[in-house]
Write a protein that binds this ligand. Structure first.
Ligand code: G16
Ligand code: MG
Length: 217
């Protein structure tokens, strides 16, 4: 009776969410409007294309296809420059302890992220080789809350969805995990992630006893 774990990236393993926000905000400011932290919540876990569509609608802007592409490229370049110096120290508190436990006990784990920058980020964090599978924004056609990213990850882990446990910080991601029939663990505000099976503020609140419990379930 083996189980596996699927981790979201941004907001779970590493706090890149703030850099996405800063880069999108700079782009919006250049276009003459602003985006709030509350609006940013709705962008978490959402693909780059959908994020830009959403932001432009908040700013009541319509742009040509060429301009849309240009905005995506320049936002991504800005974002990449902000995360360029990431290393192991950027793992969110408490994450390393859980990854070490899983590695030592041969429990397979995968990444299930909407980001197209996931691999270089994992490499920077020094943990890329420890994942059995990495499924990211380059591998999917349907964005969260569609369960595609997690279903592919389960397949690559060689496990049925019901034996997968998902750690997620976004509303869209928790919904995707639930639709996939996986156990969902919300990382962040429990009032926002109220659809999750379990809630924790962050990984410092998760101990190994809990991990063992959900792996036995
Ligand atoms: C992440 C972030 C989103 C971001 C998306 C695409 O997803 O939460 O805010 O828009 O990836 O990222 P990129 O522009 O790097 O392709 P996740 O699923 O890792 O939380
Ligand atoms: Mg996330």
């Amino acid at each position: 009776n083996s189980k596996g774990i699927i981790f979201d990236l941004d907001g779970v393993i590493v706090d890149t969410a703030k850099f996405h926000y800063l880069a999108w905000r700079k782009m919006a400011n250049d276009l003459g409007f602003d985006i709030t932290l509350e609006q940013n919540e709705q962008l978490k876990g959402v693909s780059r294309v959908h994020s830009l569509q959403q932001i432009l609608s908040w700013g009541n802007k319509t742009v040509s296809e060429t301009e849309f592409e240009r905005l995506m490229t320049s936002k991504n370049e800005d974002y990449l420059s902000r995360i360029a110096h990431m290393d192991e120290a950027d793992l969110l508190p408490g994450v390393k302890k859980v990854l070490d436990y899983l590695t030592e006990n041969n429990i397979p784990f995968a990444l299930g992220s909407a980001s197209k920058n996931a691999r270089p980020i994992l490499k920077g964090l020094g943990i890329e080789e420890r994942f059995t599978a990495i499924v990211d924004g380059n591998d999917v056609t349907k964005a969260k809350p569609d369960p595609e990213v997690f279903l592919i990850a389960a397949e690559e882990l060689g496990l049925p969805p019901k034996d997968c446990i998902v750690f997620e910080d976004s509303v869209a991601g928790v919904e995707a995990a639930n639709i996939a029939g996986m156990l969902s663990i919300g990382i962040g505000d429990k009032d926002i992630l109220k659809e999750a099976d379990y809630n924790f503020a962050d990984f410092t609140q998760i101990d190994i006893d809990f991990i063992e419990k959900i792996l036995r379930k």
